[in-house]
Write a protein that binds this ligand. Structure first.
Ligand code: MG
Length: 320
């Protein structure tokens, strides 16, 4: 689930007249990278592939007209965030309302007045940048910069469905900082926050394969989605991550486990079946985390499904 910030300042012109495309491209030089398409159908395909920040869309075209193209872009989740400005020779309230009803953010009339075109494009590019930033912030945890719980929940549901369709192993790792309450009590909350940030950075550095996603799950708990990972991959990942955090050498004099900050990891790897759910996946990882803690912490334990069918416990056993 990519965030839509890559398309910022990419401008797509959809117009069946090469002259208009040339004219608009000239006016918008320096405002962004210009792409163009000469039909509505080609424009939609290009928008899906490139996700431009802004689309200048001609109304009068052979095939799909601009209103139809606009409505199609707005109902497609991959292009719904692109801002569309309708371009037409028709003036008057009727066409303006029709453009807005189709989902356009603005309206430009021919013949063009270059300063007006430039000002409107500039305004909407700025708004798009702002929206992209807000969207990014809404998906991130403020303290650690990792993805937040809300974004994780969405991403997990998508990955789970994808792995189910493709019959692939999906792994999930739940990570908990050992004796973190004691850390906070001993060093104080500001230092505790720094500890969370250092561990989060270590997790994010160790989580770099395409599609892997690290999030703050809550408090001192983190969670990582590992696509296409079987039990062996997952075990290796967990052991490496424990080592990476140990090698930070963050002193923890209140820890009963080691002289430095350590983590426990509970993971699960499964090929999602028709009956299985994301809640099961999380519960199994949670159970493995409980085992890692019971076995002395500072370690990674992987459980697999359905090789190790255990009743799913109630509540959060590792919280005790
Ligand atoms: Mg035309």
């Amino acid at each position: 689930m990519p965030e839509l910030d890559a398309g910022t300042n990419l401008i797509l012109i959809i117009d069946d007249s090469a002259d208009t495309i040339r004219l608009l491209s000239g006016m918008l030089k320096g405002h962004g990278q210009i792409l163009f398409a000469t039909s509505g159908e080609a424009g939609i395909r290009l928008a899906q592939a490139q996700q431009p920040a802004l689309i200048l869309l001609d109304v009068e075209m052979a095939g799909m007209n601009g209103y139809e193209v606009c409505a199609a872009l707005k109902t497609d989740p991959t292009t719904t965030d692109c801002a569309v400005i309708i371009v037409t020779a028709h003036t008057g309230m009727g066409s303006e309302i029709r453009a807005l009803e189709a989902g356009a953010v603005d309206f430009i009339t021919k013949p063009f007045n270059p300063p007006v075109v430039q000002a409107r494009v500039q305004t909407h590019l700025r708004l798009q940048q702002h929206t992209a930033m807000m969207r990014q912030l809404a998906n991130r945890d403020g303290l650690t910069g990792l993805y937040n719980r809300r974004y994780f929940d969405k991403a997990l549901t998508q990955e789970f469905e994808r792995h189910r369709r493709q019959h692939l192993s999906l792994a999930l790792a739940l990570i908990d900082i050992d004796h973190f309450k004691a850390y906070n009590d001993h060093y104080g909350h500001p230092q505790g926050d720094i500890c969370l940030q250092r561990v989060a950075t270590a997790i994010s550095t160790a989580t770099r394969r395409p599609g892997e996603l690290a999030a703050r799950y809550g408090g001192e708990e983190f969670v990582v989605i590992l696509p296409h990972s079987d039990a062996d991959d997952t075990k290796r990942y967990g052991e490496r991550l424990c080592e990476v955090v140990r090698s930070l050498q963050l002193p923890h004099h209140a820890s009963a486990t080691a002289a430095m900050v350590t983590i426990s990891i509970g993971s699960v790897s499964m090929v999602p079946s028709e009956e299985s759910t994301t809640l099961q996946l999380i519960a199994l990882a949670d159970q493995a985390l409980y085992q890692a803690k019971a076995a002395g912490r500072n370690r990674a334990i992987v459980s697999t499904w359905p090789l190790m069918p255990r009743p799913i416990g109630k509540g959060s056993p590792h919280a005790v």
